[in-house]
Design a protein around this ligand. Sequence first.
Ligand SMILES: Cc1ncc(C[n+]2csc(CCOP(=O)(O)OP(=O)(O)O)c2C)c(N)n1
Ligand SMILES: [Mg+2]
Length: 382
Amino acid sequence: MPREAIPIANRVERLSVLDHEGHLDGRLEPKIPDTDLRRLYKTMLATRRLDERCLHLQRQGRIGTYGPCKGQEATPLAVAYCLRKEDWMTPSYRELSAFLWRGWQIDKYLAWWGGHEIGSRIPDGVNDLPICVPIASQLQYGMGIAWGCKLRGDNTVCAGFVGDGGTSEGDFHEALNFASVYKVPFVVVVQNNHWAISVPRHKQTASPTIAQKAIAYGIDALQVDGNDILAMIVAAREAIEKARSGGGPTLIEAVTYRLAMHTTADDPKKYRSDEEVKHWEARDPLPRFRSYLVGKKLLDDKIEQVMEEEIRSEMDKAVAAYERLRPDPYEMFHHMYATQTPELARQEQELRAHLASGAGDTPPTEQDGDSRAPSARMSRTI
Ligand SMILES: Cc1ncc(C[n+]2csc(CCOP(=O)(O)OP(=O)(O)O)c2C)c(N)n1
Ligand SMILES: [Mg+2]
């Protein structure tokens, strides 16, 4: 009876196409039409600007707790770019660039952070699940959707997102196991942004990469520079097309960094150094993609200025539309169950009595100084 190494079929590769300064490894450059490259950059820029705007809106009391995505614009966008419209996406909560690409409405996105269920309503014709906060649970839904795609045989696939912290949840492992055994068209993208609130990546798991966790489930895996949109497009294209052609699931570990706080309820200075943040600011996905596009003569200051103006005007309109929304604050007591539970009925009565007592005054809105915005009173916990 020998004692010998067991050959393991799966291997884990690391991929990057642009270096930290945006220089290209030409051998790996994906084919992307010029118009798409410009649109991708504009969406990255819009994501950055909307993220900044959301921070301001939160500080002014116009939306509730907000979870920024600064520094993580490239990964979700690349995946969304490679999906077809009829494919599915099960996001977590830091995939804003993908939401914009997939056609989510900005006013509804703001409504979600304003605590209103109207923000969970995905536009007709967009096959996405809403923002999901119970960590990693979205992978179970994603796996189920992908299985449905396979059973229907309509050539659609699903991409699901999760954070590095989410890989410690049972849901992550159950979804991978099921996806692999049933060979479903599911692409799991781990946004490894190095932190799960204040828990660093090295305390999350002792395995040298997150990608290699896929090996135990018999799933192919790739570790990718998640701040390099070109590398992410190469990886996502491969994985999505493999899934579409019956090759089963893939795990992509996108190595990125959360440049801002976990949420506006968090102070990252308490647990990480300025040097670490500076190190990652030098790897910001936006300037890297920008310098690639400037090198290809697809972008210059003038073109970017026009983009900035268009983005600003679109955001102004969306913020105004959000602040005009007057969603029913009692909807939250009716949203979940067909028949309201006694406990929810009690809570609804409590809120009604509280607001009737005049305790529900709200801060002014951006548009109409002294009117009331019920949204400003609500918040989410993530
Ligand atoms: C099941 C569950 N447990 C705990 C929480 C509280 N919580 C919210 S975010 C978070 C950390 C998630 O870290 P990670 O998966 O790395 O995602 P990131 O926030 O870094 O994008 C935790 C523990 C939650 N939302 N759901
Ligand atoms: Mg994380």
